[in-house]
Design a binder for this molecule. Structure first.
Ligand SMILES: [Zn+2]
Length: 137
């Protein structure tokens, strides 16, 4: 109803607009925006233990690592290499270059034999396994 009123008003204004361009386009009247109310229920953190803060080793931002990964992707094809991974794999999927033996466990940083390309599922599962191993140690 409000909208119809505005349309009628615009036409009326255009009809009676002075000057040569009688049917000039009138600026659309603006409606005040509706404000949404904030939730009155507080969020509850149900985790029993907080996850450790996510930190990124600056090594993974280094030129040497990025050059090595680009070379591996070119040579092996940008696809998941995890033989135990059940996928799903699809074109355009994000593929991670992952150290087979982690650096913190003494794995070679820049040896291509210590790097495996993994899809996000494989990478996530491996990271979770490593985290459990570390928490038990
Ligand atoms: Zn995979």
């Amino acid at each position: 109803m409000q909208r119809l009123y505005h349309i009628v008003l615009s036409v009326a204004k255009a009809e009676f607009a002075p000057g040569p361009g009688r049917l000039r386009e009138q600026p659309e009247p603006t409606m005040p925006k509706l404000k949404t109310m904030a939730s009155r229920v507080n969020k509850l953190d149900t985790r029993t233990a907080p996850l450790p803060a996510k930190t990124c080793d600056p090594f993974y931002l280094s030129r040497e690592w990025r050059v090595l990964v680009a070379k591996i992707r070119r040579e092996r094809g940008d696809a998941c290499e995890d033989a135990n991974c059940k996928g799903p794999h699809y074109p355009g999927q994000r593929i991670y270059a992952d150290h087979i033996v982690e650096i913190s466990d003494g794995g070679a940083k820049l040896d291509p034999r210590n790097v495996l390309l993994r899809c996000s599922r494989s990478h996530g599962l491996k990271t979770a396994r490593e985290r459990v191993k570390r928490q038990r140690a």
